[in-house]
Write a protein that binds this ligand. Structure first.
Ligand SMILES: Nc1ncnc2c1ncn2[C@@H]1O[C@H](COP(=O)(O)OP(=O)(O)OP(=O)(O)O)[C@@H](O)[C@H]1O
Ligand SMILES: [Mg+2]
Length: 222
């Protein structure tokens, strides 16, 4: 379970202050598929980055299974991300010099898992996403929809409790975008929590819960 308590995030200084998040309170149960919607600049990415311990709030706490992640130092935050999280971004961030398999193995290398084991895990994950015939392809040989599935595979290999995705379907056509959302939905059936930022209201309808932000405040939860 994720509990977000009185989270405020300010950027800048007294002369040019931006309140990106303004006293946000949320509870997200495990295994929920959550959509975050809202206008550009409403604080969606800021909220996702705080939940991912990529950034720290100005005020408030975020508990993941009763641990306050806002108290972490940098090493603890990095360990929390490694052990609990999978990130999926709009712009993929895949390593062009490595093939598909190696890209998906990277989080496992960081964890020090030996070659044979990590290759097996990565291949199984790619297969579960319908990419078994692309394992040895170069990144530039894949379609956009396939690239996004490689990113999801990379986010999944270390069995995260929580997947954070910032506009993962922003670069995809309607069909591939929907396929990615359906894939996320299927993950939540295995008790993985998925939080996805999207501009696409149609796709957000697949979520269990839709949180709408406006000017850094939660304006509705459906
Ligand atoms: N590093 C930063 N320094 C200063 N201001 C920032 C920084 N990051 C975000 N902001 C500001 O915080 C507010 C919220 O930004 P955020 O990126 O969370 O919006 P968003 O809802 O994700 O928007 P978009 O849909 O365009 O991605 C904006 O006003 C933005 O300008
Ligand atoms: Mg954003």
């Amino acid at each position: 379970m994720i509990e977000i308590k009185n989270i405020t995030k300010k950027y800048g200084n007294a002369n040019s202050l931006v309140i990106a998040l303004d006293n946000v309170n949320l509870v997200i149960e495990s295994g929920t598929f959550v959509g975050i919607i809202g206008e550009s600049g409403s604080g969606k990415s800021t909220l996702l980055n705080l939940i991912g311990a990529l950034d720290m709030p100005s005020d408030g706490s975020i508990f993941l299974d009763d641990i306050d992640i806002t108290k972490f130092n940098e090493n603890q935050a990095a360990e929390y991300r490694r052990n609990n999280l999978g990130f999926v971004f709009q712009n993929f961030y895949l390593e062009q010099d490595f093939n598909v398999l190696t890209n998906v193995e990277i989080p496992l290398m960081i964890q020090g898992i030996e070659k044979k084991k990590r290759s097996e895990i990565a291949k199984n994950t790619l297969q579960s996403l319908g990419l078994e015939d692309k394992i040895y392809c170069r990144i530039d040989e894949l379609s956009t929809g396939q690239l996004q599935r490689v990113c999801i595979a990379r986010a999944l290999v270390n069995n995260p409790k929580l997947i954070l995705a910032d506009e993962p379907t922003g670069n995809l056509d309607t069909k591939n975008g929907r396929a990615v959302m359906e894939l996320f939905k299927a993950l939540t059936e295995k008790e993985i929590t998925v939080i996805v930022v999207t501009h696409n209201i149609e796709q957000a309808k697949l979520c269990d819960k839709i949180i709408c932000l406006s000017d850094g405040k939660v304006v509705s939860i459906e």
